[in-house]
Design a protein around this ligand. Structure first.
Ligand code: P6P
Length: 343
């Protein structure tokens, strides 16, 4: 699978303008919002690359809303995104994995019609060992775009099918930015020699079926029977050679989804006996990734429904997720239906 598929030499700024021009009510405000976000991502790409060199690593004495010890780079990433996005006049409110409550736009700045929710540094447990980490983001229009007042929690708790854009940056061997505004998924790779994100893969199409499954098997003793029997099935050699599948699991959702988009297969974070709703957060992890997977021609479910149809009830709520190639997700749904279970 060639990881470059485009004949056009185009920067992300140019691409954003082109995408904006395709939206009938484009005012340029959305393009400027995305441009500001790419500035934050450029800064984080630099800081993550440098993090091994200066004393930005190591545990803080603080913990985040989920009781997890927080690496200083998480807090730094949260602040970088806030400072890049708070004054552009495009947003009415923000929400982040690293902030328990809403992130309000300072009084001195005008309020726009968009909402930004994000995970500033996904995979932070991998920061210290130079494994890919990333930033995940999702953009909505506020519920009443005519308002110029501060946004509310309801603006952040919209179902995923309302997203106007979603994407992620992956800070790995190179820094890549993958995003969609609802017209397919495109990949940009950062060229530090010119300071630009250049289009490197146009319109990713996830294979209809893959040969990789991606899950933390260390939790298998806690899974419901449908998940266990489905994984046993994947490991059972088949006459057509399609099975056994290979297990690939980075432990950074951005990296595991990036591979799944290109190579196909299925990524899972199931519910289990100690995590009845799984681990991943709906609003700023599972929804944006489900949006991208569907835009690339894949499928994303919670076990009981389409991820993008879930009505969020809380900023940090968790949801089980199974996403990737259509045939793989639907094969899992078959195991669910056989077991009459819903997880
Ligand atoms: P586990 C990283 O902490 C994260 O939020 C996702 O990026 C990743 O997919 C998942 O958690 C890994 O969780 O329990 O397998 O370590």
């Amino acid at each position: 699978m060639p990881l470059v598929k485009t004949s056009r030499l185009i920067t992300i700024e140019r691409h954003i303008v082109e995408q904006g021009a395709m939206h009938p009510d484009a005012t340029g405000e959305f393009s400027r919002l995305l441009r500001d976000l790419t500035l934050a991502i450029r800064i984080l790409a630099r800081d993550v690359r440098r993090s091994g060199l200066n004393d930005i690593l190591g545990l803080t004495d603080s913990t985040n809303v989920h009781g997890e010890r927080v690496k200083r780079l998480d807090i730094h990433a949260n602040e970088v995104i806030f400072r890049a996005m708070d004054h552009g006049g495009h947003l009415c409110v923000m929400a982040s994995e690293e902030s328990e409550d809403l992130i309000h736009i300072p009084d001195e700045y005008s309020k726009g019609k968009y909402v930004l929710v994000f995970d500033p540094l996904d995979g932070s447990s991998n920061i210290d060992v130079n494994v890919s980490i990333g930033t995940i983001f999702s953009i909505y229009k506020r519920l009443d775009p005519s308002l110029t007042t501060p946004g509310t929690e309801a603006d952040c708790l919209q179902p995923g099918f309302k997203q106007v854009a979603a994407g992620y940056a992956m800070y790995g061997s190179s820094t890549q930015l993958v995003y969609s505004t609802g017209r397919g998924v495109d990949v940009f790779t950062f060229d530090p020699t010119i300071g630009e994100f250049l289009l490197t893969f146009e319109n990713i199409r996830i294979p209809k079926r893959g040969r990789i499954y991606s899950v933390n098997s260390g939790n298998s003793h806690k899974w419901a029977e449908p998940v266990r029997s489905y994984v046993r099935h994947l490991l059972q050699p088949s006459d057509d050679g399609l099975r056994p599948y290979s297990l690939r699991y980075v432990g950074t959702m951005v990296a595991d989804i990036h591979r799944t988009l290109h190579y196909g297969g299925i990524f899972m974070y199931p519910a289990d006996t100690t995590a009845p709703n799984g681990k991943l957060r709906l609003v700023y992890e599972v929804n944006p990734m489900a949006f991208l997977v569907e835009q690339a021609g894949g499928k994303a479910i919670t076990g009981t429904q389409r991820v993008l149809d879930v009505q969020p009830e809380a900023l940090h709520q968790r949801v089980p997720c199974f996403m990737g190639s259509v045939d793989d997700v639907e094969e899992y749904e078959h195991f669910l239906s056989m077991n009459g279970s819903t997880t």
